[in-house]
Design a protein around this ligand. Structure first.
Ligand code: HEC
Length: 250
């Protein structure tokens, strides 16, 4: 499968993206503290924070661009997130340079702009993964126009999580990860298990291994859940399918 390596690289975005958010918030808090109590230690720590943030932002933006090019997101929502995200990486470097080279006013200004852009990028990113209206243009086979025609996506905590917890988590959770697959976080489900294919491909039920497995006849070797018993109901399978088609918000 040619897409696996970029897909895994892209999925790292979901891990990296939390680092800059944490660093920026920490840097803003530290800046407020230093405003009242200037100290060389504070300035030193701020320099380290901003440098770490610049590196983390570049990693997050790089992985994000790979993830975006895998093409399972709605184009309009993606463009906003992509460009605010790339701007964050540029501003992270600028904020670090302003701290090292510039005066306090420039450094504070740069940090303020970085903070605002981070909030915006985070907001657009959240709309992208959890958001209303980000329904599946790919499911319609059309260009961006066919948005919001599909029935409302199932709400994860109400319709999807209970099914996973009842039928899957005993074997694919914190206790046991059969087939090296865990289904207790979105990142783990996107990553998949020992077969190397993602269990869930947001927006693409037809290539999601999880859905293929639960649809198999109960006597098939690869059918899931792997225990005795009736398997998932047709309604549960349909809900999983619509949930994945709508972007698999967690
Ligand atoms: C009784 C234990 C058990 C239960 C319950 C169970 N599984 Fe599995 N699952 C396994 C085992 C063992 C494997 C590895 C063997 C295989 O690939 O068939 C596996 C593998 C998988 C894989 C392939 C992982 C990979 O990439 O190799 C998927 C996807 C999967 N399970 C989904 C599910 C889903 C969805 C549920 C709940 C509806 C579920 N499983 C419930 C035992 C279980």
């Amino acid at each position: 499968m040619e897409g696996i390596i970029p897909e895994r690289l892209g999925n790292l975005h979901l891990v990296f993206l939390h680092l800059p958010i944490g660093f920026v918030v920490a840097a803003v808090l530290l800046e407020c503290w230093r405003w009242r109590r200037p100290s060389t230690e504070g300035a030193w720590l701020q320099g380290r924070l901003l440098a770490a943030n610049a590196v983390a932002s570049l990693l997050a933006a790089g992985a994000g661009l790979v993830l975006a090019s895998n093409g399972s997101y709605a184009a309009d929502a993606l463009a906003l997130h992509r460009w605010t995200g790339v701007a964050c990486a540029g501003l992270a470097i600028a904020a670090w340079l302003a701290h090292v080279r510039g005066g306090p006013v420039l450094a504070r200004g740069a940090l303020g702009v970085l903070f605002a852009t981070t909030v915006a990028a985070g907001h657009f990113g959240a709309t992208l993964t959890h958001g209303a209206g980000v329904t599946a243009w790919w499911a319609d086979g059309a260009t961006g126009a066919g948005v919001a025609q599909a029935p409302a996506a199932p709400v994860f905590v109400k319709e999807i999580q209970p099914v996973l917890e009842r039928a899957c988590i005993d074997c694919h959770g914190p206790e046991k990860a059969r087939g090296r697959l865990r289904l207790d976080s979105r990142a783990a489900a996107l990553l998949g298990g020992k077969s190397g294919v993602p269990a869930v491909v947001p927006g693409k039920p037809e290539t999601s291994e999880l859905l293929r497995r639960v649809k198999l006849p109960r006597d098939h070797d690869e059918a899931m859940p792997a225990d005795e018993g009736p398997g998932l109901s047709a309604a549960e399978i349909a809900a999983l399918e619509r949930w994945i088609a709508a972007g698999a918000a967690w």
